[in-house]
Design a protein around this ligand. Sequence first.
Ligand code: ZN
Ligand code: ZN
Length: 133
Amino acid sequence: MKIDGSCHCGFITCEAEADPERTAICHCTDCQTLSGTAFRTMIVVPSTNFKLLSGSPKTYVKTGDSGRPRAQTFCPECGSPLYATGVGDDTKFFNIRLGTVRQRAQLPPKVQFWCRSAQPWLPEIDGARRETQ
Ligand SMILES: [Zn+2]
Ligand SMILES: [Zn+2]
């Protein structure tokens, strides 16, 4: 399906062709800190399906719990997180932050990653299977 969205201030706008089955929750500690909340929701799209329509994101690279460097992009004006990808050759997929996607109400998460660092006070999330990682 076609999705589109923007950061909070509207400086960055983007669109992508996305598979609704590829929505996920990530409970890793980086996602908790970088999102400022308990977990992150995202939709994974091939980077070739992503199109920036306006603005230019800022990038911050951090080695994730997986041991791989992750490029975290965000709006330089308002700080909204936009997407994460790898560095170097590892940029085939963009993990778009679901909170920036206009159609997010139609994109319930299907899977949960890094459940071992999930906050213990979270309720079960129906329909999102828990991966062991
Ligand atoms: Zn912004
Ligand atoms: Zn994560």
